[in-house]
Design a protein around this ligand. Structure first.
Ligand code: DP6
Length: 325
């Protein structure tokens, strides 16, 4: 039977940056994110005995080649986990401005995992779904849950203890996350490739690893205390450290553009004026600005005045996986 699931994207406050096992998507460090309400993927899966390969449609277009193979590879894991033997029709629709750092792989693999398990006639716990989604894209492990979510890296070589856990529910700490777009160009170094190169070659990677646990413990304390200022300081510092590792990679690379820096400078200027806002950046040039609800409009107005800003998408804390049928 055809089953449909929706999963939302997330933005990491403590970044996942580096794998210890590429096949199983096991990270070198734990991470923490906010699930966003505005950006999501809806995916339907239907297994069909008449198919001789998996079929994949994304945003109403048939996808062939590498992208289809990735989906097939992921569905192989689903088949192994469930005993399902048939190939599937997969239909995905992204409600995400993709590329340039508005990643859809988190919502994409989370929705695919949920829909595929249901279509195979099985019921997985959220923990099991997180472990499965992780093996499509690491950050997808976190999109299983809404609210504030930690992905615990785990220790076991089979990955059975590497999954997300909920920290706060969607309605327990209300915040605005402004997705500030400065370009819609496709990013040049994908996160998968960027983190691999950094782990293998950057002398700064060791420094990153040494401090992530401290950042994670401190941000959890701040989140539980609803201490926005501490949370903001930690998340901004953590993002800067992640990006610093890329400058030491061989060959070096950088996700920021001059427009990215302009937004970063504007955010620190806002703080000097007493408007608390903090930025974070993923593997692309666009910026996410975290702000308290009461300051959201004022910050949007100010950021809209920057000439390089093409669009601002205001988001709130969002839900975990939902099923549509
Ligand atoms: C910078 O989850 O996209 O956004 O596991 O290789 O699919 P793969 O990588 P992905 O990496 C996300 C990296 C990041 C930080 C984060 O989301 O934690």
């Amino acid at each position: 039977m055809k089953k449909t699931a929706r999963a939302h994207t997330n933005i990491a406050l403590i970044k996942y940056w580096g794998k210890r096992d590429e096949q199983l998507f096991l990270p070198t460090n734990s991470s923490l994110s906010i699930t966003l309400d505005r950006f999501y993927t809806e995916t339907s899966v239907e297994f069909d005995a008449n198919l001789t390969a998996d079929r994949f449609r994304l945003d109403h277009a048939v996808i062939e080649g590498k992208e289809r193979e990735k989906v097939q590879h992921f569905l192989d894991k689903v088949r192994r986990a469930t005993g399902e033997t048939r190939f599937a029709h997969v239909e995905s629709v992204n409600h995400v401005p993709t590329a340039a750092g508005f990643a859809s792989s988190a919502s994409g693999y989370s929705a695919l995992a949920a829909a595929a398990i249901k279509a195979a006639g099985q019921t997985f716990t959220e923990k099991e779904l997180s472990i499965l989604a992780r093996q499509g894209s690491g950050s997808a492990s976190r999109s299983v849950y809404g609210g504030f979510v930690e992905w615990q890296k785990g220790q076991l070589p089979d990955g059975s203890d590497s999954h997300a856990i909920p920290i706060l529910n969607q309605d327990e700490f209300d915040l605005a996350v402004l997705s500030v777009e400065v370009t819609t160009e496709k990013k040049k170094v994908l996160s998968r490739e960027g983190m691999k190169r950094t782990v293998e070659t950057s002398p700064f990677y060791e420094g990153w690893l040494k401090t992530v646990d401290r950042d994670l413990a401190a941000i959890k304390t701040a989140i539980h205390a609803r201490d926005f200022r501490s949370m903001g300081e930690i998340l901004e510092y953590n993002a800067l450290k992640m990006h610093a590792t890329t400058l030491g990679a061989d060959p070096p690379f950088m996700y920021w553009q001059s427009a990215t820096l302009k937004v970063m400078e504007a955010v620190s200027q806002l703080r000097e004026e007493g408007l608390l806002a903090y930025f974070t950046i993923d593997a692309g040039p666009n910026v996410k600005v975290i702000v308290e609800i009461e300051n959201e409009q004022a910050v949007i107005e100010r950021l809209n005045q920057i000439d390089v800003v093409s669009e601002i998408y205001p988001c709130r804390v969002g839900p975990g996986i939902t099923y549509l049928d």
